[in-house]
Design a protein around this ligand. Structure first.
Ligand SMILES: [Zn+2]
Length: 158
């Protein structure tokens, strides 16, 4: 396992084929994810998989990871994590951004302002971005917005 060069915490690798056309990005792993050693473990992973399957997207076409590759902390350098994340985004066909930290990073907007709208960004030519609220917020309320984002992703990636 790799350690973070900035703070020494263990890093959680991205999951799925490195050349998958779709990147599913969250904000940071949970304590459970760190313990299990994969992003989107347990309930969160089940929710994502069921939404992917409802939208007709194969998990084999997806790569999964977070902006932060360990739990968020104050001592680490967020820019290092942003750089790693940018490398994952580069040359990807479709990127689902889950949560405002990601939409702020790429579009300088909160997720509620752009959720469900297919967007592009000069910095990442050839990549189509779709934003949705983070599934952790969805699990507490309604699943409609993430379902919408997945169905748009499915339409675009066919
Ligand atoms: Zn760190």
């Amino acid at each position: 396992m790799n350690k973070c060069p900035k703070c020494g915490n263990i890093l959680l690798d991205f999951m799925g084929k490195p050349n998958a056309p779709i990147l599913i990005l969250g904000e940071y792993p949970s304590y459970k994810d760190m313990k299990i050693g994969k992003p989107f473990s347990q309930e969160m992973g089940e929710l994502l998989l069921s939404e992917l399957s409802a939208a007709g997207i194969s998990p084999n076409d997806c790569r999964f990871g977070n902006l932060w590759q360990h739990m968020m902390n104050d001592t680490c350098d967020v820019n290092w994590h942003i750089d790693q994340c940018a490398k994952e985004i580069l040359h990807r066909k479709y990127v689902l951004l889950m949560g405002s930290q990601l939409t702020q990073m790429i579009f300088k907007k909160n997720v509620g302002e752009i959720s469900g709208l297919p967007l592009t960004q000069k910095m990442f030519p050839g990549t189509l971005f779709i934003a949705s609220p983070h599934p952790s917020t969805i699990m507490k309320s309604c699943v409609g917005e993430i379902r919408l984002a997945f169905s748009i992703l499915a339409d675009r990636s066919k």
